[in-house]
Design a protein around this ligand. Sequence first.
Ligand code: TYD
Ligand code: MG
Length: 403
Amino acid sequence: MSPAARPPVRLSDVQGGTLQRWKTGIDEMDFVLGGGIVPGSLVLIGGEPGIGKSTLLLQCAARLEASGISTLYVSGEESPEQIRLRADRLGPSAGRVHVLGETRLEAMVHHAAALPAQVVIVDSIQTAYTEELEGAPGNVGQVRECAARLMRFAKEAGPAVLLVGHVTKGGGIAGPRTLEHIVDTVLYFEGEATLDFRVLRAVKNRFGSVDEIGVFRMTSDGLEPVADPAAAFLAGRAAGVSGSAVTALMEGTRPVLVEVQALAARAGFGTPQRVATGLDHRRLAVLLAVLERRAGVGLGDRDVFVNVTGGVRLAEPSADLAVVAALVSSAAARALPADALFLGEVGLGGEIRPVAGVERRLAEAERQGFRRVFLSTRSRVAAGGLELVTLEGVHELARRLAA
Ligand code: TYD
Ligand code: MG
């Protein structure tokens, strides 16, 4: 292109309007993307091996193809025969998708342009390589160069390109993380491999909001969007058991109810254990110290286990009060009211602080049949249909739960 080909223009002369988007027809996927796949965009879908990335993308490919958007699925990990076997599990609709077993970048681009494909899926970026660079597929240079070339291909020729990237626990592997700033959108697919739930999370999105999640269930015939994600993680909760407290987290714009379980058991020989799953163990240590010093609930001689159900991680301090309530309940061997929600951050002074977005969390809890909510006295909120139990500090919580 000559330097004069595209002179500067005034913003007001630029064609505005809404972005075109191709719906995958998988609602939770479209939601996380911000409404569908944007033509010409580069999307990275990261996740641990075995979590379901290939399954999800093959399902997307089938749906896109069925709605008339030509899709090419390039795999460097599986042969077309293996992909066919997977597709057969997912139902008849994947038959029209074009597949290509290929690892050479130049060949991928050539075939994608020749088809021409409107959506190109590259599974995975770690198996792609370009002949122009030395080094084996999967090394940082190859991964970055291939992604950059696919980016240019997407911007110039207009197809959307979806890259699969494997991430190991801890995210350390050279690869996907180094691509986050190159691509338009980064989605991470997470979940415990042993549980059915899978959470797709947008951590970067040039065409939508971040931190949105989509929830799926892995079934024997593929991934199924979960119809009521806000309620999904509470399914199977046992009522009347001590050490269980429910809180509402904000995942993007969606409130999600989760159960925090605690078990305080007499410690065996040696130092009592502290095991936290789905919660930072240092946060647990802080909350235990606050409980002991500010509420007189000492668990120093007990093993303490805290678990967040459904494979969810508590990243927000708003769940502190639920953790504390679960601990107090387990220590006293008394179940919390089954219709109670706990919402609040706990400070080092034992004070309970209000949380953001409280109206939306309460509305969701009410919709799901909760009747009362324990929260900070400083929360500014109208009760709606919920009974508000306001608390100054953890000592008050301990006293109320013991009463
Ligand atoms: P896969 O999509 O291959 O994961 P990734 O590409 O992220 O490595 O999914 C792997 C797991 O999903 C595998 O253990 C089998 C399981 N699975 C199902 O349970 N149901 C299905 O319909 C399919 C296709 C896979
Ligand atoms: Mg795979």
